[in-house]
Design a protein around this ligand. Sequence first.
Ligand code: AMO
Length: 439
Amino acid sequence: MVVLVKKAWVRTHVARQIKPELSGQEVHMVGWVHEVRDLGGIKFIMLRDASGLCQISAKRSELTQDVLSALDGLGSEDVVYVRGIVSEEPKARLGVEVKLKELRILNKARQPIPYDVTGKVPAGMDTRLNHRILDLRKPENKAIFRIATTALRAIREFFLKEGFVEVRTPKIIATATEGGAALFPVQYFERRAYLAQSPQLYKEQLTTVFEKVFEIGPFFRAEESHTRRHVSEFTSVDIEMAFADLYDVMNVLERLIAHVIDEVIKNNAEELSLLNVTLKPIQLPLKRFTYKEMLEELRMEGRELEWGEDFGTEENRILGRRHPYYYFITHFPTKAKPFYIQPCEDDPEVSESFDLMYQWLELASGGTRVSDRSLLERRLREQGLNPESFKSHLAVFDYGMPVHAGWGLGFDRLMMVLTKRTNIREVILFPRDRFRLEP
Ligand code: AMO
């Protein structure tokens, strides 16, 4: 027998629909108790639903005994049904409120709630994440994920319009692609497998089928260091294009970023204002500097680096101060890049690679790929990897491999920039890092 929980209410309006124009109209609403303010003869309930907040005023002298006892038993985060009349109220936020007629508690929350959703009690990042489901109910935090929804839609729209095919590559894999140290091992029946660090090898192979592919998916890195821009599970936006080089894919990347920003500006004015963020359309083309030019800039700032050395946090901070915007760095030393990146023909010490930066933060990296099998085998060996472990990948290079290029964009890092958050954990619903596996 199927037992249904009877719906003891009807919903006619959500919070954001309550406008002064509805004055005099009866509305039925459901949601959570965000806050109750008691002024003696009158109580104000802030009712919260997914759409926003709405003030409900409850004048004791006008209420029946049933409603009064429900009102007095009300606690934060209780799930309630409210019936009332919309009324213009200049003193209320948004100039409107609902005058309470009927109140039912549909499900009690246990009191006291261990975390203040109204934001009156400030909370550190750890406390916030320990109570993440409550933290996410804060209007400004919810806004981040509405913006992410727009951004993801904009990304898909952009690629589909440009003729890309959306792919989903395996997340359980046999070999490392982005360096062995950051791998998560998985017990895979009798064998050892790993969680995918990126879709790198598969997306390259798929260019021989679809020419232009993109993937939006979760990837995994066993990052030892605990920073504000690294997590163990992140969302990556990846592309790979046949018959393309680094300049072609840089062009796609900067147009994608411009499109995402335009769409967020168009669709998320309310969320941006909740977050206190002003976004402006970006000017293309973005500035491009070579690694060598950046070494020179660092030298001018008193930071001497040997050619070939990688930029660390300190270097990126200096460059970010000099370039407080989006910019590309191209042509990194070959030895600083993974085995699949193509060395330049005229100077193999330099590679056809690039990073997209926003100030000090690396958002994306990519480049032209090696498309010649023997060169790829040599590059694997140079990086201390065994070509035997990449047998099935290398075989694809015997079946007609076009020149190809691509990039991987850290979606969460892009979200940090769009919402001006300084810790990547804020833009991930349930972040995972070295010290956090729950909630
Ligand atoms: P890379 O290793 O530079 O390149 O990663 C690409 C982008 O992914 C994001 N990212 C991360 N974000 C959060 N936490 C992490 N631990 C993390 N690691 C990476 C960054 C970074 O710029 N296969 C290549 C891409 C390519 O060449 O196509 C790759 O994975 O924003």
